[in-house]
Design a protein around this ligand. Sequence first.
Ligand code: GLV
Length: 326
Amino acid sequence: MPRPKILSTRPLFEAARRILDATCDVDYWTSPERINRAELLRRVQDKEGLVCLLTEKVNDELLAAAPKLCIAANIAVGFDNIDVPACTRRGVAATNTPGVLDETTADFAWTLLMAVARRIGEGEQLARSGNWKGWDLDQLCGTDVWGKTLGILGFGRIGRAVARRAAGFRMKVLYHDAMHATEAAERELHAEYRDFNALLVESDFLSVHVPLLAETRGLLSGPQFARMKPTAFLINTSRGPVIDEAALVHALETGKIAGAALDVYENEPFILPGLKRPNTVLAPHLASASLETRTKMACMAAENVVAMLTGKRPPNLLNPEIWKER
Ligand code: GLV
């Protein structure tokens, strides 16, 4: 039996390579430069499997260029880069990496929350600048985190992991989601449901954990910032386009909110210059970036590919319809 041919747009990690290499012939893109679109379309032509990043669009164009493709395995939980209906139409499995990054992403949302509240970016710059003149009473005073109200927009696995961490800070936890959590989950996480507007009005820290969908694109814009407290901070580790960035810049400039900490942007890797302000903390899409978690994500993508190409149902299938057809 010939071994299935795979394209991986990154060299991955040793553990993930071992999984793939055991059954597949893998064309690893190893250049430090990202694979460009033309090269991706060329290399995927004769491949049955694709391991890809969230920066690569799997759409009709790519699928048309890859007539043998059976699976596109995204190394990310978010899959807005994949046109899942287009994959389904062509019988191509699409998979993601849910679950393994929840705690790491929640850690990072808290990292950003603490950083923006306690002005770590400004403090670090001062400490490194050589201009620090020593302790001063009113120097870089930030905002207390403990005892405040944490609003969580999107109460899935990651939003809940963020909520769980709030207990140590004795915070009040509110959430909004299209679906109410069960009473048991609300009790366990000490979280109360609010409608969207009430969440905006009551939160001191608003942390965003919704997937990017047609309904969540631009969910936070001028009218929403106007409802928030002028002392409130916005934290986003979900997807950039959930926030209208131009409106966010305006809200920050006009004091509608106190600050923002962002890991994701509307047009990555471009960051709107207006976001580069003292009251923002900006990270380059790092929320799941611990070595342990990124390794798990790569292994999960590899396992999905191997399952599909050895006749088993990929564990993280986004389009189960393609499997029923078998
Ligand atoms: C990262 O942004 C992911 O969706 O896993």
